[in-house]
Ligand binder design. Structure first.
Ligand code: NAD
Length: 329
């Protein structure tokens, strides 16, 4: 079994090579370039490719992969909104993912963003470095006693609920399914009720047609003034131009984004020497109450280890022809 990894950084190689020591029958190779229709021919001679959140796994790419004999697409992430599943099915390419490598990694980052945006930690860090010890512009609110609204209470949302409970918050949630493990301390409400009651709103549902742009100017206007919004799920959940309008309307005390619509070109790249044209991200960053990180929610040692092990186990299940809960279909 030969797997070609696309879009890899030094840390991917480190963790996958380490995990691969336990899989004598799997040969791995790593490419820095991302998976696109142009780079897909490089998979000639490989049984599987491994791709990530920004890979272009649309119909064209899958067509090329199929032509090169690739039968398995291993996503080393939970989300798969960048994969054309209909095309994969048509070409007989099995798609597998890593659904829950470390929900706490992402949930802890969501809370970190909420706290950093609330207390303007990015500003205070820079101010103190410049010997500016004044507190003007740094005032936040207590989270204790406030209401956290969690949208999507799967693995990560549930972890976020538990963290918010630790902060002494009241927790309400909106999901299409109720998570029974949260029944003791989470109250499910409608989306409108959540928007109207929450002091902190954290997004943890997947990006699908039904959730695309769920945060738009209409839903933003329903939110409380002074709300803190955090998105660690997928950029497309939030309509960026409407978010900017909402910020200009002084709706938000803070906004913390680990994901945003324009991120695909940026994710995990150093673009510090480039002039970014027409960037709504740059406009977002111009606001004092917005903190953006670059899709790093998953990035802990524990999560990387679990991603590597599950991905290689997925490859083993593929070779055995065994069904798996990690199949995407
Ligand atoms: P999960 O499948 O365990 O949970 C998703 C939850 O969303 C489920 O409970 C589901 O019922 C709910 N949901 C589905 N449709 C909904 C809707 N219309 N409205 C409200 N809720 C809805 O997934 P998870 O492991 O908790 O991951 C959640 C998301 O986090 C992933 O889809 C992925 O996009 C994102 N993620 C981000 C990072 C990061 O590094 N920032 C890492 C991993 C995952």
């Amino acid at each position: 079994m030969r797997i070609l990894f696309y879009d890899t950084k030094s840390y991917d190689e480190e963790f996958f090579r380490e995990a691969n020591k336990g899989y004598a029958d799997i040969e791995v190779d790593f490419l820095k370039t991302d998976l696109t229709p142009k780079t897909a021919p490089l998979a000639e001679g490989f049984d599987a490719v491994c791709a990530f959140v920004s890979s272009d796994v649309g119909r064209k790419t899958l067509h090329v992969l199929h032509g090169r004999g690739v039968g398995l697409l291993l996503m080393r992430c939970a989300g798969f909104n960048n994969v054309d599943l209909d095309a994969a099915k048509e070409y007989g390419i099995r798609v597998m993912r890593v659904p829950g490598y470390s929900p706490e990694a992402v949930a802890e980052h969501a809370m970190a963003l909420a706290l950093a945006a609330n207390r303007r930690l990015y500003k205070s860090y820079n101010k103190v470095r410049e010997n500016d010890f004044s507190l003007v512009g740094l005032m936040g609110v207590n989270f204790h006693g406030k209401t956290a609204g969690i949208i999507g209470t799967g693995k990560i949302g549930a972890a976020m609920c538990r963290i918010c409970r630790g902060f002494g918050m009241r927790i309400i949630a909106y999901d299409v399914y109720e998570n029974p493990s949260l029944s003791e301390f989470v109250t499910y409400v409608t989306l409108d009720e959540l928007l109207m009651q929450s002091d902190l709103i954290s997004l943890h549902c997947p990006l699908m047609d039904s959730t695309y742009h769920m945060i738009n100017i209409d839903t933003i206007k329903k939110m409380k003034d002074g709300v803190i919004l955090v998105n660690t799920s997928r950029g497309g959940l939030v309509k960026t131009n409407d978010l900017i309008e909402g910020i200009r309307l002084h709706k938000f005390a803070g906004v913390g984004l680990d994901v945003y619509e324009e991120e695909t070109k940026n994710v995990f790249e150093d673009r510090s020497d480039e002039i970014l044209e027409n960037s709504t991200t740059a406009r977002l960053l111009s606001f004092p109450n917005v903190m953006i990180t670059s899709h790093q929610g998953f990035f802990t040692r524990e999560a990387m280890k679990a991603i590597a092990e599950t991905t290689l186990q997925n490859a083993v299940d593929y070779v055995r022809g065994a069904p798996s809960p990690n199949d995407v279909s």
